[in-house]
Design a protein around this ligand. Sequence first.
Ligand code: F6P
Length: 330
Amino acid sequence: MNSMKANIKKIAVLTSGGDAPGMNAAVRAVVRSSVYYNLDVYGFYKGYDGLINGDIEQLQVRSVSNILSRGGTFLLSARSDEFRTKEGRAKAYENFKVNDLDALVVIGGDGSFTGADVFSQEYDVPVLGIPGTIDNDLAGTDFTIGYDTACNTATEAIDKIRDTASSHERLFFVEVMGRDAGFIAVNSGISGGAVAMLLPEHNWGIDDLIRRLQRGASNQKASNIVIVAEGCKLGSAYEIAAKVKAQLDYFDIRVSVLGHLQRGGSPTTSDRVLASRLGVAAVEGLLNGESNVMVGVVNSNVVYTPINEAVKTIKKIDADEFRIAKILSI
Ligand code: F6P
């Protein structure tokens, strides 16, 4: 890099919100690229709580050795209630100043970025966001760190459920994570050959599902897997299973809630590469004067999007993916 526009000498990084596989790889990339560009780099522990309480440590090149392959986040994470308050953010700014920091890198999802946006505007602090959430629900990037790993974990679980479902000719409802977004549900549903995916984004009734199940039953379909995203408007996987049983008594139904196992595990190659790319691009962005933006990858290119835009713009499920899923599950 030749043209360094901003006078940034000391930065801090934190991980916030729900952890996601690949967060460690992102921290490693932030730390190593900072050292490469002769910056001092610090880590706050436990997300914004660490910023508020001054839980900080200087990180060196070797502080981040051998963490590429580890799930979770060695910096620890939290959903900070205190940071939502003006008083909490005032304490956070005190620590930012006391430690003589020039910029903050936040690795997290929409909740963490909403906080980052408010903080950056209140105190004119240069903040750079790196999208780390299994939900993939941030605009300004094609993929968030952790999403690919979570989808692979869900697919592996669905494959195992398929084995037992076909042995007993059963109908399974598999609940995957996603309170507000159905990306994991669609992706793992396609790769696991689900008969239907029920998403938070959809306001449909249960009739379409009933029709699809009836059609399969009349067409020698031996096992059925329905993916239910956590935030589905029709209810939880258990509630939907009960509604289906009430109408289609002949199905032998079981329910499996995958839960937090989707948040853990060693990150996939894609997530490690994405995290590495975004970590370096975050530091380079700060050096180039970027502030209050989220760094993402769109069509294979690094892009910087205003944080509030990344949070507020609703990222839509790919209609074509949903269409092909319907074609293939007949
Ligand atoms: O944002 C990631 C996510 O795993 C969501 O899919 C899920 O709804 C939520 O976090 C669960 O959060 P918690 O950590 O509070 O259990």
